[in-house]
Design a binder for this molecule. Structure first.
Ligand SMILES: [Zn+2]
Length: 430
């Protein structure tokens, strides 16, 4: 599995080997737990189905907080501590998270933020960001047969820094996770907790718009109304099916159907899964109807040009247009000043350049096809991200191409090549 290496791991082959070892340990126990559950349940077992977490809440204050989670059936998990920032990571078998959008019932007391997501086909995680150093001091599991639920209760208590560090150290005799890495003379926090249990490169494809937000509309094809949301989804599905054939690559979509998803949710999805690459797919409209061709955008505080600025502005408005609260755009600037994000930015640019090289001469490109602006959807910390405009629905010629599945398939082929090249370039030196 040495070649299945993620971008940052390229610099830490030894660390990666250690992680593989830990992964093996972890996955062993996870598989065991799933098998156990199947056997215990007998005929009622649903071996291929995820556990369902259908309710969760927390109560307490910053000295002691109780987290209560209700699953549909018995579940096992492992917990582990992480530093900078302080977190408790709960590793489960595959879980379907049926939780409400609002996390206010969960982010109480010691739990500053509650994040969750799939790690791979077989496992999921919950990540509790902590307000203060804290440890799980008590765990209970109750089978509530009448309610047909299985309850997991965790009591988390604030501890002093020294005790937290000593528990962390005790763990690191198994995991030996280094805290800091130095690259090009720049030191950066190594913060890739949710990648360690993964063998595959995880690519998240983000079909732009959806549901109530149709995105751009084509004008030029008579009776047929062409909408951006359909183009982005069909393209993402084509690209996914091609990537699925490649060993070592796993693909998740931010949406699989015609549904509305806020920008923040798309970002959170990339972040919770700690994707190795995030590609947001669009086919927007421009005032300048004569402009046509593909373009590749990365995140920047200041837009590379006016066109990009306008595009980012309208893209960042889609939540509001759909009646949702707008994302916190100011936060983009905070995030950009972060060291890790600067490093992520380098990988985003590098991937954008690879895409450009692959497209050149084969796919129509706009003038200066590499551009940047403050796109909210590209700001998942630690996740190299690009926004790809396949073309512009405001242009007649582009519109014809955008609805052509053969053309979509051709573009997808060059993106597959780009992704493979990106992975190859991230390979560690022998
Ligand atoms: Zn769009």
């Amino acid at each position: 599995m040495g070649y299945k290496i993620i971008v940052k791991r390229a610099f830490f082959p030894l660390l990666f080997m250690i992680m593989c070892f830990c992964t093996a340990l972890l996955s062993q126990s996870l598989y065991a737990s799933e098998n156990d559950a199947n056997e215990v349940d007998g005929g009622q077992a649903r071996p291929n189905e995820a556990h369902i977490l259908f309710a969760a809440r927390s109560i307490g204050n910053t000295s002691r907080t109780r987290l209560i989670m209700d699953f549909d059936r018995p579940v096992t998990y492992k917990s582990r501590l992480l530093d900078d920032p302080k977190r408790i990571v709960l590793q489960f078998p595959k879980v379907f998270f049926k939780l409400p959008n609002s996390k206010s019932a969960l982010e109480q007391g010691i739990i500053r933020t509650f994040r969750y997501g799939a790690i791979d086909q077989k496992s999921s995680r919950i990540i509790l960001n902590l307000q203060t150093p804290a440890l799980i001091i008590n765990e209970q599991m109750q089978e509530l047969k009448d309610d047909k639920r299985f309850r997991v209760i965790l009591d988390i208590e604030s501890v002093d820094e020294e005790l937290y560090q000593s528990k962390l150290q005790a763990q690191s005799t198994i995991s030996s996770e280094p805290k800091e890495v130095v690259k090009n003379g720049v030191s950066a926090q190594f913060n890739e907790f949710s990648k360690e249990g993964r063998e595959n490169i995880l690519i998240i494809l983000d079909p732009g718009h959806g549901g109530i937000d149709s995105g751009a509309k084509g004008k030029n094809l008579g009776n047929q109304v062409v909408v951006e949301k359909n183009i982005t989804l069909s393209f993402a599905k084509i690209l996914k099916s091609k990537l699925d054939d490649i060993q070592g690559i796993e693909v998740l979509l931010t949406r699989k159907s015609d549904e509305f998803i806020t920008l923040s949710k798309r970002v959170a999805f990339a972040q919770a899964n700690q994707a190795d690459l995030f590609i947001s797919i669009h086919a927007d409209s421009l005032r300048e109807h004569y402009i046509r061709g593909a373009s590749i955008y990365t995140l920047s505080k200041k837009a590379s040009d006016q066109l990009s600025e306008r595009l980012a502005q309208s893209e960042n408005m889609v939540d509001e247009v759909a009646g949702e609260r707008p994302p916190n755009i100011a936060a983009v600037n905070d995030i950009l000043s972060d060291l890790t994000t600067r490093e992520t930015g380098i990988f985003s640019h590098s991937f954008a350049r690879i895409v450009l090289t692959q497209f050149k001469g084969k796919i129509n490109l706009i003038k200066n096809p590499l551009r940047s602006a403050g796109f909210h959807v590209l700001k998942a910390p630690g996740v190299p991200s690009i926004l790809l405009e396949l073309g512009y629905l405001s242009n007649h010629e582009d519109e014809k191409l955008l609805i052509n599945s053969k053309w979509q398939s051709k573009v997808a082929d060059y993106l597959v090549k780009s992704i493979q090249q990106h992975i190859r370039q991230a390979k560690p030196l022998p």
